[in-house]
Design a protein. Sequence first.
Length: 124
Amino acid sequence: MSKSNLGYSVNFKLIIKIKDMELNYENCIKACQQCMIDCQNCLVQMMGKESMNDCPKCCLLCVDACLICIKFMVASGPLTKEYCQLCAEICEWCAEECQQHDHEHCKVCAASCLACAKECRNMA
């Protein structure tokens, strides 16, 4: 069981059997969940603040991308790999934007986005 910086517990294990082989989505789902939490926090913290870039916008889109990616992994959907690839690209974009800010919540968000992108690329 792991704890996020916001105190939410994440205890989710998912192993899906596909054609006699196990495809373990656990790490990717956990990374997507943490990324959603950290992006949502970043988005909330940026409300009312000036942003020189797309930081708030990318966080909003990253939350949605991670949620869709989780849904496809849970369902073992036919385009799961493609969604994981797209989620990785969105997370990398979000990390680039958030890394340009000095706010602690942006740094946490960027790190979470990069970790999620790495796990998503492992699935793609």
